[in-house]
Design a protein around this ligand. Structure first.
Ligand SMILES: Cc1cc2nc3c(=O)[nH]c(=O)nc-3n(C[C@H](O)[C@H](O)[C@H](O)COP(=O)(O)OP(=O)(O)OC[C@H]3O[C@@H](n4cnc5c(N)ncnc54)[C@H](O)[C@@H]3O)c2cc1C
Length: 389
């Protein structure tokens, strides 16, 4: 079998890249190790930058998002039993779109099917090979048979635990990592959100986030120790703790109901450099991870796709290598700014075990600065809505 681009991974980055390439007439095949239903069962991101929304439009997968997504003009920082609204639209002229990763993935899968793209699900032993030569290829096993796809380029869109980054010789790749000494315990419940916009709460008991997936589905998180167990948290205990971390007005307004998803996610910042190795390109979580504070993970995956799509389009349609050659440099410049932003939001809003009173005073000073300086609020807003590509 032969194609122009093999895409390893059928998450948001692989699907988005596949749709953009197919729309431009560039042949591609997506391979994933799991099935469609498994991918659609993952509950993850939910806040989209305008750049991501625009890429979904270019991909032809934005119709339902515009009908069912919730455009947000702002969010709240809650601390000291009060709320301070960051007016994203007034400060930047931009807004964000609340639309779950599951739905976005479903839309991209439907679009791919509609345009007749090939996706191979439940493939094992996927292996990118020969990417340092003129003849790259990918092998995989399916139905007990080992198969091979020859190609021009390989896009490693296979997430943090995928094979693409691991296929690169250790001496050719540098990694940078910070793990945080806490996690997020999150629930998903079919109850109306406590507020129509997101609330990021800094509280002596720990961080809390009130988010949503729709007007009837809420996503709530509380900071927890890394060794915490989901089984220790009944819904009642979770809601009681959440109430304690919110300003009284929100705590009183909180509508509770049974959760249908409850999980703990560790927080980590990770970057691999460079993001290109011959004809292999790392995209999205395969190359970088950010803590979810600030909602950048999925949006960074989308901006990588933008840069790689520009490069591949230049190669195939304009016979120019310029954008492809600059992929790693352009993507990483934006990646590091988002890594910095996610780290700073995480540092501002969480209780660190070794932070002490000094750490708390610094957080209070920064929150005071953000709420009294338009310049500081604008900087926060500009990063939150997404830096330009
Ligand atoms: C629990 C959780 C909560 C999150 N919350 C947020 C949030 O609130 N906001 C935000 O912006 N981001 C969030 N993120 C991050 C966001 O979900 C990711 O940044 C986004 O999914 C990245 O997309 P991706 O396509 O690069 O990788 P993935 O979504 O990880 O997709 C990778 C795909 O590759 C496939 N794959 C893996 N290994 C192989 C292999 N060996 N062979 C073939 N295929 C393979 C996988 O099956 C998967 O389908 C969260 C992530 C997690 C885990």
């Amino acid at each position: 079998m032969r194609t122009q681009v093999v895409i390893i991974g059928s998450g948001p980055s692989g699907l988005l890249l596949g749709c953009l390439l197919s729309n431009a007439g560039i042949d591609n095949i997506i391979i994933d190790r799991v099935g469609k239903d498994y991918i659609l069962g993952r509950v993850r991101a939910g806040v989209l930058e305008e750049g991501t929304v625009d890429l979904l439009r270019q991909a032809g997968a934005d119709e339902r998002m515009h009908l069912e997504g919730l455009p947000h003009d702002g969010f709240s920082l809650a601390f000291d039993n009060r709320d301070h609204r960051i007016d994203l639209f007034a400060l930047t002229g931009k807004r964000v779109m609340v639309y779950g990763q599951t739905e976005l993935t479903r839309d991209l899968m439907a679009r791919r099917e509609a345009i007749g793209g090939t996706t191979i699900y439940e493939a094992s032993d996927v292996s990118p090979q020969g990417f340092d030569s003129a003849a790259p290829f990918v092998t995989y096993r399916k139905d007990g048979i080992t198969r091979r796809i020859d190609c021009d380029f390989i896009a490693g869109c296979d997430g943090y635990h995928g094979v693409s980054r691991k296929a690169v010789p250790e001496k050719s790749i540098a990694t940078f990592e910070r793990t945080y000494p806490f996690g997020w315990l999150g629930i998903l419940a079919d109850v109306p959100p406590v507020s129509h916009e997101l609330i990021y709460a800094n509280h002596p008991r720990g961080f809390a986030l009130c988010s949503m997936r729709s007007q009837t589905r809420s996503r709530y998180y509380i900071q927890c120790p890394l060794d915490e167990k989901v089984e220790n948290w009944s819904d009642d205990r979770f809601y009681d703790e959440l109430r304690l971390r919110l300003p009284a007005a929100h705590a009183q307004a909180l509508v509770t109901g049974p959760s249908f998803e409850k999980s703990i996610a560790p927080l980590r910042s990770f970057v691999a450099e460079p993001m290109r190795f011959g004809s292999l390109f790392l995209v999205g979580d395969a190359a970088h991870i950010v803590p979810p504070t600030g909602a950048k993970g999925l949006n960074l995956a989308a901006s990588d796709v933008h840069y790689l799509f520009e490069g591949l389009r230049g190669h195939y349609l304009d016979r120019s290598q310029a954008a492809l050659d600059r992929y790693s440099e352009r993507a990483l410049r934006r990646v590091w700014k988002s890594v910095r932003f996610s780290w700073s939001m995480t540092t501002l809003m969480h209780r660190f075990p070794d932070g002490g009173e000094f750490g708390q005073k610094i957080q209070e000073a920064e929150l005071d600065y953000l709420t009294h300086s338009e310049a500081a609020a604008t900087s926060l807003a500009e990063n939150y809505v997404g830096l330009p590509y």
